[in-house]
Ligand binder design. Structure first.
Ligand SMILES: Nc1ncnc2c1ncn2[C@@H]1O[C@H](COP(=O)(O)OP(=O)(O)OP(=O)(O)O)[C@@H](O)[C@H]1O
Ligand SMILES: [Mg+2]
Length: 260
């Protein structure tokens, strides 16, 4: 579904992404791991149109999508989760979901919403869809809760839910499990697996938690110093000498590799 060819993204003289090439197969839940500073988030940002590349190409289903802005990619079904914007925290969970289909999160959609007027039929359809998403994520009971009152993990579920309001093909998740408690982390993992199996979503998931990666992802791509170091099953990756070395080099992150 996605092919990245010799991608570079430099910041001044610093090569955050340095000749990265990889593919994400349709229907996969592909993991992207690597030590801090490996260039994972930068790679995501380039693929998702948030940052222009210094050089290199990104293809989606064979079409060159390099440098397309996020809203254009959104309409092609390429989504990246965003942290809930601050101004949405006073809106309910259901309202946050109902905002999505107009396009990107942010002020423009808010304006569009009012300019367009509240056509009752459209609104009823959106509400139905939002409730379906809430049921799928098992958080229907939070429909009327203000988004700002949600726990960190519940916010992550809502971010994932927002991708379900449109017909997503591929969803990029950057550390969706960070700071989330174990129970909610498993709820998020289950939702990802069900979206993959039942709705045919392809995922690319950045995560440091190797339990989460091991449960969810095949294949796993390892990045280090801006390029792809290895690719394989989670089990193979954890035995790979070059990978272990890359993590050891960063000291602190060893524990992630042994799941401690
Ligand atoms: N806007 C920027 N300007 C300058 N340097 C940047 C910028 N964004 C990222 N970098 C640098 O690029 C490198 C890669 O950063 P990136 O955030 O992509 O790493 P990462 O693999 O996502 O790391 P982590 O696991 O800690 O999230 C880092 O050294 C970072 O400091
Ligand atoms: Mg990152």
């Amino acid at each position: 579904m996605i092919r990245v060819e010799d991608l570079n993204r430099h910041f001044g003289g610093f090569r955050a992404v340095d000749g990265a090439s990889l593919t994400i197969e349709t229907g996969s839940i592909t993991g992207l791991i690597g030590p801090n500073g490996a260039g994972k988030s930068t790679l995501f940002n380039v693929i998702a149109g948030v940052l222009p590349p210094t050089s290199g190409r990104v293809f989606m289903d064979g079409e060159d999508i390099t440098g397309l802005p996020p809203h254009a990619l959104f309409h092609k079904g390429l989504l990246r989760t965003f942290q809930l914007a601050h101004e949405f925290s006073s809106m309910t969970v259901r309202e946050n979901l109902m905002m999505v289909p107009g396009g990107q999160a942010g002020e423009t959609i808010w304006k569009t919403w009012f300019q367009r007027g509240r056509i009752a039929r459209e609104e009823a359809e959106l509400r139905r869809k939002a409730d379906e998403v809430l049921d799928f994520l098992t958080i229907r009971h939070l429909a009327h809760e203000k988004a700002g009152n949600l726990s960190g993990g519940q916010k992550k579920l809502l971010e994932l839910g927002r991708t379900m309001m449109v017909d997503a093909k591929i969803v990029f998740l950057d550390e969706v499990g960070a700071g989330v408690n174990r129970t909610l982390l498993m709820t998020i993992a289950d939702a990802i697996i069900r979206l993959n199996k039942e709705r045919g979503y392809t995922f690319c998931v950045i995560e440091h938690d190797m339990d989460f990666i091991g449960k969810l992802c095949d294949p796993v791509i390892v990045m280090a110093e801006g390029h792809v170091l290895a690719q394989g099953s989670a089990a193979d990756i954890m035995k790979n000498e070059a990978v272990i070395e890359a993590y050891l080099g960063t000291g602190l992150k060893n524990k992630d590799m042994v799941g401690a």
